[in-house]
Design a protein around this ligand. Structure first.
Ligand code: HEM
Length: 59
């Protein structure tokens, strides 16, 4: 996960935007709010492996 994502210039704002869209898509598909919250809570910690640190080179 880390090798694939980090260094691709994906920043926290991008990760957060994807999480917003995922939330909206799950709710629109009829997934209950508490279940959606559980899914987002499972995905959120993956940001550490996906987001390119601000101090790192983007490539
Ligand atoms: C929780 C969030 C995410 C998960 C679980 C996830 C999961 C994955 C997985 C499983 C792969 C395939 C890895 C492989 O081929 O071995 C992948 C590839 C990739 N992901 Fe993510 N991803 C997430 C978020 C993001 C975000 C936010 C972006 C960009 C905005 C992104 C961009 C990409 C790109 C560019 C690839 C490589 C595609 C390719 O060249 O084949 N990912 N991701």
């Amino acid at each position: 996960m880390k090798e694939i994502h980090r260094g691709r210039g994906i920043h926290q704002e991008h990760f957060d935007r994807v999480a917003e869209h995922l939330t909206a898509a799950l709710l629109a598909a009829g997934v209950p709010g508490p279940t959606t919250d559980t899914i987002i809570a499972a995905v959120a910690p993956l940001a550490d492996d996906i987001v390119t640190p601000d101090t790192a080179a983007t490539r």
